[in-house]
Design a protein around this ligand. Structure first.
Ligand code: CA
Length: 258
């Protein structure tokens, strides 16, 4: 499919990614900033696309299937929250939300927006690329050329988690999780019954030294429960440990060799 005219594509000179990886989409209405960010990402070796309105952000995400979206909160047409929710209906891409103020992040986490990471303006380009690199080290299920294999992952009563294909089934039906939701589930499911603090989950999933708000975990766990539990109020799989964090409570019916 040809890129639409509203999406300007930049390909960097050091293009190091495999053909199976998608571009990085920058949705930012401040055009000079969008240009600087796209140029910097291109120099770092990413295929960067920029668009400047909320609706264009949604359609570019549909058309180009990006691996990652750098999404400004304040956008004309459709704000970043709505764009994020819309993209989440069809893509498991990684979403970094860019806000103008630190305190907006708490509000967004409270709203359960479901971005994977947050950056506050002004941010350094080096910091942005570090976040992008950290995110893209985590593969997407839709990008893996691996056959389902009983040797990777776990089966619980009514739930399977395959860590090679990053596929999850609920009562035999595939469940579409975002990368962050999958990573949290896999981190917890690897150690049934063990309680993890939010910070421990952040360290396992986002990496140590991420430095963001650990309550972001709550948002992703809420989305995860909605997808895998019949009744999120009485979870069968991911349980709240009051004052601590979360634990996985189902017992494996088989545990395959690593
Ligand atoms: Ca803006």
């Amino acid at each position: 499919m040809r890129p639409p005219d509203h999406a300007a594509r930049h390909t960097g000179p050091m293009h190091t990614h495999t053909s199976s990886s998608g571009p990085v989409l920058v949705v930012e209405d401040e055009r000079p900033l969008a240009q600087i960010v796209a140029d910097y990402l291109a120099k770092a070796g990413y295929d960067a696309i920029q668009v400047h309105t909320g609706p264009d952000g949604v359609s570019a995400a549909r058309d180009h299937d990006p691996d990652l979206v750098v999404l400004d909160l304040g956008l004309p047409g459709l704000d970043g929250v709505e764009v994020c929710r819309e993209i989440r209906t069809f893509s498991d891409c990684y979403i970094i939300m860019v806000t103008a103020r630190d305190d907006e992040i708490d509000k967004l986490i409270g709203l359960g927006v479901g971005a994977d990471d947050y950056l506050t303006k002004p941010f350094s380009l080096r910091e942005l690329v570090a976040r992008v690199q950290a995110a893209l080290r985590r593969p997407r299920a839709s990008r893996l050329a691996v056959a389902p294999d009983a040797d990777h992952g776990w089966a619980f009563d009514g739930l399977t988690v395959d860590t090679a294909t990053r596929e999850v089934t609920r009562a035999g039906v595939p469940v579409a999780l975002t990368r962050t939701e999958f990573d949290i589930l896999a981190a917890l499911a690897e150690h049934p019954r063990r309680a993890f603090s939010r910070q421990q989950i952040v360290d396992m999933v986002w990496g140590e030294g991420w430095g963001g708000d650990a309550h972001i975990v709550d948002v992703h766990v809420a989305h995860l429960r909605r997808k895998i539990d019949d009744d999120p109020a009485t979870p069968r799989y991911v349980d709240t440990v009051r004052g601590v964090g979360y634990r996985f409570i189902a017992e494996p019916v088989r545990e395959a060799a690593e």
